[in-house]
Design a protein around this ligand. Sequence first.
Ligand SMILES: O=C(CO)[C@H](O)[C@H](O)COP(=O)(O)O
Length: 214
Amino acid sequence: MIKIAPSILSADFAHLGRDIQRISDADYVHVDVMDGLFVPNISIGIPVVKCIRPVTDLPLDVHLMIDRPVRYVEQFCDAGGDLITCHVEADTEENIHSAIVKIHAKGKKAGVVVKPKTPASAVLPFINEVELILVMTVEPGFGGQKFMADMMPKVQEIRRYIDAMNPACELEVDGGVDPVTCKLCTASGANVLVAGSSVYKAEDIPARIRELRG
Ligand SMILES: O=C(CO)[C@H](O)[C@H](O)COP(=O)(O)O
């Protein structure tokens, strides 16, 4: 079963509630949090997560593109995030472990994310503790970028790790996912697809979500 997580980075922020209701056929709402340090862009933060929580029954998949996320994970949980993901590049291994422990202590799901230049093996210290691993298929920071097909061997390698070590863990991809590239992702073993522009630019959003689900 393939799950779709539309990224609200491509929504109209002046009408965010309306644009979240437009993706009610999806499986997650993907919330991209950027701090202007870990990535060269600033997006949304804790108050916005708190405001969108009552607008949807879908789980909020909060992707923290922030430096030293351990400082903020509890606040994102309290704001209504259901699944909180932290980049392995954003802090020491010890602090990423602490972030995962804090997220679980709040009763929420935790995940780790790898940027394009980070090897698959970087997830191994965390694989037995997390509910999801996210592989970036663009450099994080902006929507609407070109899908990096050369990330597929990494997705396949992480799929092998997951099957061997933590089969319940989900494998998500993010960046440039559209009705063509989604097939490469699912064939490589991803089961959760983040899609921003290809969902929000579609004339018929529910039909696009069905198309991506395959
Ligand atoms: O994390 C992200 C950027 O850092 C976005 O979620 C991602 O790029 C999705 O947008 P699109 O589908 O338009 O590529």
